[in-house]
Design a protein. Structure first.
Length: 194
């Protein structure tokens, strides 16, 4: 993501007001990925208020800590110019419920017998893109690459990252391919019932 430039860059007497002003697009992504509408966002290095401006736009509340009075004044003016929009939580980026669910390690599926060492997983349902489940909870490709469901998935997808829970499939008792995430949900239900 490029540095903050152009009209977004705050200036004082033609000079950059803050040397490390962050682009609003960066904070937009961060806040959507880590908060819900109505949440309070803390920025202990508030600077010129990028976090506060984006938080206000996305219907989040904020607390900013800044010691430089020039930055405080610029942030106050900047944030006051942002008009909060009307809409429900879904409009403003309610976090996916799955992100709020208890975390489950992939290895826990083996520990509970939901997957077995030596079993194959299929990437995006492609039989030619498969990996062997290892006892330590990692995967091994046919050509010998090893990694987590996310790492090996990113390798197969030729991407920097991959949500392996949604991309790997296992063969159920009826011989049908099912996404591995169904096993994670099954384990969550078992854990909450205990």
């Amino acid at each position: 993501m490029p540095l903050c430039t152009g009209a977004e860059r705050l200036r004082e007497n033609g000079e950059k007001l803050h040397a490390t002003q962050k682009p609003e697009a960066l904070l937009y992504r961060v806040l959507l990925a880590s908060s819900n509408p109505g949440d309070i966002v803390l920025d202990p290095f508030f600077g010129t208020g990028t976090t506060g401006a984006v938080a206000r736009r996305l219907n989040r509340r904020y607390i900013g800590i800044e010691q430089d009075l020039r930055y405080v004044q610029a942030a106050t003016t900047r944030i006051a110019a942002v008009q909060p929009l009307a809409g429900d939580d879904e409009v403003f980026g309610r976090l996916n419920i799955g992100r709020n669910a208890p975390r489950v390690r992939f290895g826990a599926l083996l520990e509970h017998g939901l997957l077995l060492p030596g079993q194959f997983l299929y990437f995006d349902r492609h039989s030619e893109l498969r990996a062997t489940v290892l006892a330590d909870g990692s995967l091994r490709s046919a050509s010998g690459e090893r990694g987590s469901i996310h790492q090996l998935g990113a390798h197969y997808a030729n991407a920097p990252a991959c949500n392996g829970w949604e991309r790997w499939y296992f063969q159920n008792d009826r011989g049908e391919l099912q996404v591995v995430d169904t096993l994670r949900e099954q384990l969550r239900r078992l854990s909450s019932a205990q």
